[in-house]
Design a protein. Structure first.
Ligand code: ATP
Ligand code: MG
Length: 429
C-alpha cells in the first residue's frame, strides 16, 4: 500500500508509539489546542483499517459537527498518507469505504437511536469525549463487543474541568472514592499505561506542523484568560471559573485540633442539610475563631439514600450538640427532636443563599481537616455558575454543594464582622 507520496508523510514523534499500539482497550488522549491529537487518531484508524478488515465508528456529541471535523480530517490524512486510492469517501450516508472491505461510519450522540448499529464495530473513536455525556459513553462501552476481534475505544479531548465525567472516570472521583491515576503524573510522564488504558498527554509543543504565531496566540492567553490558558496551552485539567471559597485550605487533622484548642473564645456551630434519594445528607461541624476570622471545619457526616432512622443512628454521637438544620424539612427536624437530638430549624429568607454565601466568604481563612473528604471534594474547587453572558450568579454553583448548605444553616445566627468580642453569647444558643 506504500506509495510515492509516502515521503511527504510524517508523524509527530510524540505520537509514534500511540499510532502503532493496539494492545489496549482504551486510548485516552488529552491535551492542549492544536497538539495533533485528532490528526494522529485519524492516522491510527486508517492504518489499522488498511491492515485488517474492520468496521470503525466515529462519534461526536453533535452529529452536525462531524463532517467539518472528523470526516474532512480523515480525508486530509488519507491524502497525506497517499492512500486515497484505497479509500472512498461518500457523503450520504457519510462513510469511508476501504478496498479491503473495511469501513468507517459516523454517529452523533444527539441521535441516540442510531447507536444500535454498533453491530460489527470493533473500534470506536469518541472525538471531544468531554462533550459526550457519561450515559452515552456507558452505552458505547456496553454495546461494543465484537465477538472475534479485539475491541478498542479511542477518546480524544481537551481537558475541561475536573468535574467532567471523563476526569472522574479516567483519573479520580473523590466523592465516589475512585482513584485511577493522578493527572499530574500523566503531565510528567506524558504516556502512562494503567490496566486497560493507554493515557497520552500532549501540547502544541508536540506538533511540528503548526505555525509559530499560533503558539504565540496560545501564549498570549496567559495574560487575559487563565482558565483557557490552562486548557489550551498547557492541556491540563483544572477548575474552570471563579472559586467560591479561595481561602479554603486543608490541614492534617491533628494540626487542626491543636489550632482549635488555641482559639481564645471558640464558637461552636453545626449545620445539617437533608438529602433525598439523589442528593446527600450532610452534617458539618464547625468552630469559629471570631477574632481572627477563621472558620474551622473539623468533622463531617455525609450519606445518601438513607432514612431518618438510619441517619439518626449514624449521628447518634452528636445527639447533644446543637445542630441547625434545613427549616424546609420541619417533619424531619421533629423526628430527630423526638429521638432526643438537639436539633433546631435554621432561618431562611428570600435571598438567604446569596447572603449566607457572602458571609462564609468573609472569613479570612477556612481551614478544613483532611479527614473531611466530602467537604474537601465539594468546597475546595467549588465555582460560581455563570449566566449566558458569562456573568457570575452569586447563589448558584457548578455543583450542588450539600456541605455548603450545612454551613449556611449552621451559621445562620452568626455575623462574621458585626459580632465583636461577644463570641460566647451564641455558644449553644
Ligand atoms: N503529522 C502531521 N502532518 C501534517 N500536519 C499535521 C500533522 N499533525 C498535525 N498536523 C496539523 O496540525 C494541526 C493541529 O492538529 P489537530 O487538529 O490534530 O490537533 P488537536 O490536538 O486535535 O487540536 P484540538 O485540541 O484543537 O482539537 C492541524 O491543522 C493538522 O492538520
Ligand atoms: Mg482535535
Amino acid at each position: 500500500m506504500m506509495t510515492d507520496n509516502q515521503i511527504e508523510f510524517a508523524l509527530n514523534d510524540h505520537f509514534y508509539d500511540f499510532v502503532d499500539d493496539w494492545k489496549h482497550k482504551f486510548y485516552f488522549l488529552v491535551g492542549g489546542y492544536g497538539s495533533s491529537k485528532s490528526y494522529h487518531v485519524a492516522v491510527k484508524l486508517i492504518e489499522k483499517l488498511l491492515e485488517e478488515k474492520r468496521k470503525a465508528l466515529v462519534v461526536r456529541e453533535v452529529f452536525d459537527t462531524i463532517r467539518d471535523s472528523c470526516f474532512d480530517l480523515l480525508e486530509e490524512v488519507a491524502n497525506a498518507m497517499g492512500v486515497e486510492d484505497y479509500l472512498q469517501f461518500t457523503s450520504s450516508p457519510m462513510q469511508v469505504r476501504f478496498k479491503n472491505g473495511s469501513k468507517i461510519i459516523f454517529k452523533g450522540m444527539d441521535k441516540p437511536v442510531k447507536l444500535k448499529s454498533l453491530n460489527g464495530v470493533s473500534i470506536v473513536w469518541i472525538e471531544e469525549c468531554s462533550e459526550v455525556k457519561y450515559m452515552g459513553f456507558k452505552e458505547i462501552l456496553g454495546r461494543l463487543r465484537h465477538p472475534t476481534m479485539s475491541n478498542h475505544i479511542i477518546l480524544s479531548t481537551n481537558p475541561v474541568s475536573k468535574g467532567n465525567w471523563c476526569y472522574k472516570y479516567f483519573f479520580q472521583d473523590k466523592k465516589e472514592h475512585v482513584f485511577v491515576l493522578d493527572d499530574e503524573l500523566l503531565y510528567k510522564n506524558r504516556v502512562v499505561v494503567i490496566g486497560k488504558t493507554y493515557y497520552h498527554h500532549s501540547t502544541v509543543d508536540d506538533n511540528y506542523f503548526v505555525p509559530k504565531d499560533y503558539i504565540e496566540q496560545l501564549d498570549d492567553l496567559k495574560t487575559h484568560d487563565q482558565d483557557l490558558y490552562r486548557v489550551a496551552r498547557l492541556g491540563r485539567f483544572g477548575v474552570n471559573g471563579r472559586l467560591v471559597l479561595p481561602q479554603f485550605v486543608v490541614m492534617p487533622d491533628e494540626d487542626i485540633r491543636a489550632a482549635m484548642k488555641a482559639v481564645k473564645q471558640p464558637l461552636e456551630k453545626n449545620g445539617m442539610d437533608f438529602g433525598f434519594v439523589t442528593s446527600y445528607n450532610a452534617v458539618v461541624r464547625m468552630l469559629i475563631d471570631h477574632d481572627n476570622k477563621i472558620l474551622y471545619l473539623y468533622d463531617e457526616y455525609y450519606s445518601r439514600d438513607k432514612t431518618d432512622p438510619e441517619i439518626a443512628q449514624d449521628i447518634e454521637k452528636w445527639k447533644d450538640v446543637l445542630i441547625k438544620a434545613d427549616c424546609a424539612e420541619p417533619k424531619a427536624i421533629k423526628y430527630y427532636k423526638q429521638k432526643g437530638f438537639r436539633m433546631k430549624a435554621c432561618k431562611k429568607f428570600q435571598g438567604s443563599r446569596e447572603v449566607y454565601t457572602k458571609k462564609v466568604k468573609r472569613f479570612r481563612s477556612i481551614v478544613c481537616s483532611d479527614k473531611c473528604k466530602n467537604i474537601i471534594d465539594e468546597l475546595q474547587d467549588l465555582t460560581f455558575a455563570v449566566d449566558k453572558d458569562g456573568e457570575i450568579i452569586e447563589d448558584e454553583f457548578n455543583i450542588d454543594p450539600h456541605t455548603l448548605s450545612a454551613i449556611w444553616y449552621g451559621l445562620d445566627d452568626y455575623e462574621v464582622s458585626d459580632l465583636k468580642g461577644g463570641g460566647m453569647r451564641t455558644l449553644g444558643s
